[in-house]
Design a protein around this ligand. Structure first.
Ligand code: NAP
Length: 351
């Protein structure tokens, strides 16, 4: 049956082609017909921010070649009707201009055709049709396209802020769940470890952890290189108290070095890496009854659950929800509150 003939559902199930009866996120294939049904928003997409774990996997598979990466992404979208990386299972988000709002939705939302928005739901459930990939930024995972996307009635979106560059907003909003959740999980006096600290979500997480932990707390960063511009910035701006240069896949080395700096171990470990195999180092850096927050899309449930059991760690493990109430505002506000991070994001992403 054509999508135009199906009964619409707020969660977008009417767009599922395969397997029938599944939800849009878990579906293999969606109907990406670029028309706004009565409860949908049709957008002209400008840029995709492919999530870091997914983009790294695609970049590696394509040998870092921009043209091949673009073709690979087009092929995924042609096959699935959405940018849902079959290897990592992750997506990203988009920025675009509203073309049409379905008649049943129009009166209920504060949005007009012509306005520019960022999607705040994953590309893994967003019907997307790509006409052409016009540019790929191999360094940052952004992909400029000509194409159209559909947001469901239940889909989250945000109008783009006037005081922050569009491409910077795109980068920050993609990882907005992390700063919002780290902000509410960190309390005064806590020791917080941030693994993958010098990446997008890691930097924003460090900024919130430092403010919340206060002068009695400590933020300890872990990343492969303490000399990157972002790692240097975190140290110079006083957003971390110590920086461990280490590969988080080496659980023993990381945990031993962490214990030298913080023998009491961490109350909260935040995992923001874009590679698999870092579950155990996260668990080993947490104290007994501490919390490990896995924001990384490369996290394996099995490795985390069995790894914690295997080393006898009674820790609370949290899946990093991409959504938290007010997450877009919190993430963007981080840039306003920390001009050095804002300037760094401008240098790296505003192009
Ligand atoms: P990013 O900017 O690419 O940062 C990744 C960080 O991980 C970098 O600091 C990188 O260091 C570090 N890293 C890589 N390999 C490492 C290793 N072996 N040991 C220690 N650190 C390592 O990524 P992002 O955009 O912040 O995203 C972080 C993760 O969150 C990704 O897995 C992404 O897919 C995921 N994500 C989750 C959600 C959600 O809803 N939960 C939403 C969006 C994204 P170098 O730069 O030095 O390599």
């Amino acid at each position: 049956m054509n999508v135009l003939e199906r009964k619409v559902h707020a969660l977008g199930t009417h767009r599922v082609i395969d397997p029938p009866g599944s939800m849009p996120q878990s579906a293999h294939k969606l109907d990406n017909t670029p028309v706004a049904l009565e409860n949908e928003i049709l957008c002209e997409v400008e840029t995709l921010n492919v999530d870091s774990a997914s983009f790294k996997q695609i970049r590696d598979a394509c040998g870092g070649d921009a043209a091949k990466i673009g073709a690979h992404i087009q092929e995924i979208v042609r096959e699935r009707g959405k940018q849902h990386n079959p290897v990592t299972g992750s997506g990203g988000m988009f920025i675009g201009r509203v073309l049409k709002i379905g008649e049943r939705l129009r009166a209920r939302i504060d949005l007009q055709a012509g306005e520019r928005i960022a999607s705040l739901v994953s590309l893994t459930l967003t019907p997307l049709a790509i006409e052409a990939v016009t540019r790929v930024d191999v360094e940052t995972g952004r992909v400029w396209i000509r194409g159209k996307a559909i947001l469901f009635e239940s889909g989250l979106w945000a109008k783009l802020p006037k005081d922050i560059d569009t491409n910077v907003a795109l980068a920050v909003l993609d990882v907005a769940g992390a700063p919002a959740q780290v902000k509410r999980m960190t309390g005064p006096g806590m020791t917080v470890a941030v693994i993958g600290a010098d990446g997008k979500s890691g930097m924003l997480a460090c900024a919130h952890a430092k403010v919340q932990a206060g002068s009695g707390g400590r933020v300890i960063a872990i990343a492969p290189d303490t000399n990157t511009e972002s790692a240097q910035l975190l140290q110079q701006a006083g957003l971390v108290d110590a920086f461990i240069q280490a590969d988080a896949r080496d659980a023993l080395a990381v945990s031993e070095r962490f214990a030298q700096i913080a023998p009491e171990l961490a109350d909260l470990v935040v995992n923001c890496v874009n590679v698999p195999g870092t579950e155990l180092s996260s668990i080993l850096c947490a104290k007994q009854h501490g919390t490990v927050y896995f924001f990384s899309m490369s996290t394996s449930f099995t490795a985390a659950a069995l790894g914690a059991e295997g080393v006898g760690k009674d820790v609370t493990m949290i899946i990093g929800n991409g959504y938290a109430e007010g997450h877009a505002d919190t993430a963007l506000q981080t840039l306003r509150d920390h001009p050095q991070i804002h300037e760094y994001f401008n240098r790296k992403y505003a192009r």
